[in-house]
Write a protein that binds this ligand. Structure first.
Ligand code: ADP
Ligand code: MG
Length: 650
């Protein structure tokens, strides 16, 4: 069954070469019960690990069932470990916080055979643990734990059992019981290879091989072996499941269950690593919602303007990066506005506009906001019909009257929301009478359209800001199709009035303004969401850190799983699934948090927010992607561990 010839294994310890195995040859037939004995350090474990396919020899011939196993791939080795052999270790190597039954069932997962789910039960009966099946392994005595390990070794109906000092950690009574179980297994026809330094233990075997310094010094039948009646012959091992259809679904679910269990065992750590993803996803969702909200609000504002508005302003001083000569700036005046109103065809309404900021004061309350000097036409052009009181008249513009119409925000800040009409308010220390309150316009992004006050354009120029020019002139044309014609007429008129060349003034129609505004809000959204994505990446790095720690911490567990027949891909999937679960979990919480932040922004900061399906899918997809991307490295690291190095890891 097993044939090795001239096997060598040398360990390099710095400068020193340790010849753990120095030309070992032996054959083991099916049904034999062999004990390998020798002093500590003689190479017993090394030999057993090689025979058990946990380690590879440096040189020599090695055949199992007439198959050369020295050229086996990782997966073939895993399959043999899973199917043909069972291991019993000195340190039991059971999963903690896991029931005896589940420990015994572990090799079945890697056998891809869900149909044999009653086998672990039977195996526990066989080793005499009927009444301890659902106990966690840490609630069992040493002897009982070793019996669980034996049941686990038997679960895939193996041909050979390898036991390395199975009684080394047990008291003499438990040791005797374990040896009893071993003898029974032998009686059932199993091949047993047992490693021990204890002559009493070795005496249970039928054949004793003694090793010294990596060489076999004696190999003989044991004359004092207890006679064991043969009870039967072991069946051929089952064929490994193909891993398709329902089978792989079962396998996937088992892996998910395993991952949830190990994440559950480290709740705080799992929660902390999910936190990073949660914050990242929340940031993305909230910023995208605020960005979309701002865009929607701007578009809403724009759509109220009507499509027949024009905006006239002086051309910016530098064009194409070349600064024009001094004094080339022409400024617009109130007279220009009047000329446009009277001389250009199809112009219905005109308003000069002057912008600035000012300090408002009512009683002992202060508020600073944007002040616009406008003309009475502005009211209907921009749908600013006051909700309380009235807008100012031509008369008041002509007389530079000290009157103002307040937006909702200054009313709230200065008058606590009470009706301010008829009250006095100081704007830059000059007394104004409040004659109206503007309708609510809402906000877009960080801009509050209600945080404003209107005064007559003439008053703003002369009495507030000390300017003799207007910043821009807004013009309403009768019909949209007259727009182009009006645009040229206005520019010609102004160039004539100012005696300047073309290009001094600039006219924008609504579509152009809209484009400019949405471009800025797009850039803003992009900027915000890229900052938010950085948070996501940082969250991913957090997951990676935790997974790397977890791989290191669970090295022995990984070694054990490999010894039980897990392939590299099984280990990889397990860690990837864990990373995915963390980021999925963080993603869900992040969506909730992001929605919460968005609603809070809407409710308390008065921002318009707009949640879209896309942003939620995107955040979700992102967190899954992050889980995979940042999980791959730790998962690969785990998958590539050599079984025996991992098992030995302290
Ligand atoms: P034992 O007979 O006690 O089971 P081992 O097979 O474990 O002995 O070890 C045989 C020799 O190989 C010892 O001298 C040991 O120090 C050495 N050895 C075993 N494993 C390693 C290793 N991973 N690295 C270096 N030396 C090792
Ligand atoms: Mg040993």
């Amino acid at each position: 069954m097993i044939r090795v010839e001239n096997i060598r294994k040398t360990y390099q310890m710095g400068e020193v070469e340790v010849r753990a195995l120095d030309g070992v040859s032996l054959t083991v037939e099916q049904g034999e019960y062999v004990a390998i004995v020798g002093a500590s350090g003689s190479g017993k474990s090394t030999l057993m690990h090689i025979l058990g396919l946990l380690d590879v020899p440096d040189a020599g011939v090695f055949e199992i069932n007439n198959t050369d196993v020295t050229k086996f791939s990782e997966n073939q080795l895993a399959e043999f470990r899973n199917r043909i052999m069972g291991f019993v270790f000195q340190q039991f190597n059971l999963l903690k916080r896991t029931s005896a039954l589940e420990n015994v069932g572990l090799p079945l997962i890697y056998a891809r055979n869900g149909k044999k789910s009653d086998v672990p039960d039977k195996m526990l009966d066989l080793v005499g643990l009927q009444d301890r099946k659902s106990h966690h392994t840490n609630e069992l005595s040493g002897g009982q734990q070793q019996r669980v390990a034996i049941a686990r070794a038997l679960v895939n109906n193996p041909q050979i059992i390898f036991a390395d000092e199975p009684t080394g950690n047990l008291d003499s009574k438990s040791a005797k019981e374990i040896m009893q179980v071993m003898s029974e297994l032998h009686a059932r026809g199993l091949t047993i290879i047992l490693v021990t330094h204890d002559a009493n233990v070795a005496n249970h075997a039928q054949r004793i091989i003694e090793i010294k310094d990596g060489k076999i010094v004696s190999d003989a039948p044991n004359p004092t072996a207890p006679a064991v009646p043969k009870m039967g012959v072991v069946e051929e091992p089952d064929v490994r499941g193909s891993g398709f259809g329902l089978q792989s679904l079962f396998e996937g679910l088992t892996l998910v269950k395993q991952s949830i269990r190990s994440l559950n065992a480290n709740k705080v750590r799992t929660a902390l690593s999910a936190l990073g993803i949660m914050i990242g996803v929340a940031a993305v969702i909230a910023t995208v919602a605020v960005g979309n909200g701002a865009k929607a609000a701007v578009e809403e504002q724009m759509s109220q303007l009507g499509s027949n508005l024009l905006m006239l302003m002086p051309q910016r001083r530098s064009r194409g990066g070349v600064r024009q000569a001094q004094g080339s700036v022409s400024r617009l005046s109130l007279a220009d506005a009047e000329a446009i109103r009277t001389e250009v065809d199809n112009v219905v309404k005109v308003s000069s506009t002057v912008d600035g900021n000012a300090q408002l004061k009512a009683g002992n309350l202060n508020w600073s906001c944007r002040i616009s000097g406008v003309d009475p036409d502005y009211e209907s052009m921009r749908s600013y019909q006051p909700q309380l009181g009235r807008f100012f008249t031509d008369e008041e513009v002509n007389s530079r009257a000290m009157v103002c119409v307040l937006g909702v925000t200054p009313v709230r800040e200065l008058f606590d929301g009470a009706n301010p009409v008829g009250q006095q308010v100081k704007i830059n220390r000059r007394s104004f009478t409040v004659i109206g309150v503007l309708p609510e316009k809402g906000s877009a992004g960080f801009r509050d359209y209600d945080d404003t006050a209107f005064v007559p354009s003439s008053t703003a120029m002369r009495r507030l800001f000390g300017k003799d020019y207007v910043d821009r002139i807004e013009i309403q044309i009768d019909k949209p199709h007259q727009m182009e014609r009006a645009q040229t007429d206005i520019l010609t008129l102004l160039e004539m009035r100012h005696r300047t060349a073309s290009g001094t003034f600039e006219i924008r129609n609504l579509a152009e303004i809209q484009d400019a505004v949405s471009e800025t809000s797009n850039v803003m959204s992009l900027l915000l969401s890229s900052i938010a994505s950085i948070a996501l990446v940082v969250g991913g790095i957090g997951i990676m850190n935790i997974m790397l720690v977890s791989v290191t911490e669970r090295t022995r567990e990984i070694g054990l799983r490999k010894a039980l027949g897990a392939r590299g891909s099984d280990i990889m999937s397990q860690f990837l699934i864990e990373a995915l679960i963390i980021s999925f979990f963080g993603g869900c919480l992040g969506i909730a948090l992001g929605a919460g932040v968005g609603y809070a922004a809407q409710r308390f900061a008065n921002m318009t927010v707009l949640f879209t399906h896309e942003s939620i899918y995107m955040a979700f997809g992102f967190s899954a992607l992050i889980g995979i991307l940042f999980g791959i490295w730790p998962a690969r690291k785990a998958a590539l561990l050599n079984p025996i190095d991992a098992l030995r890891y302290e």
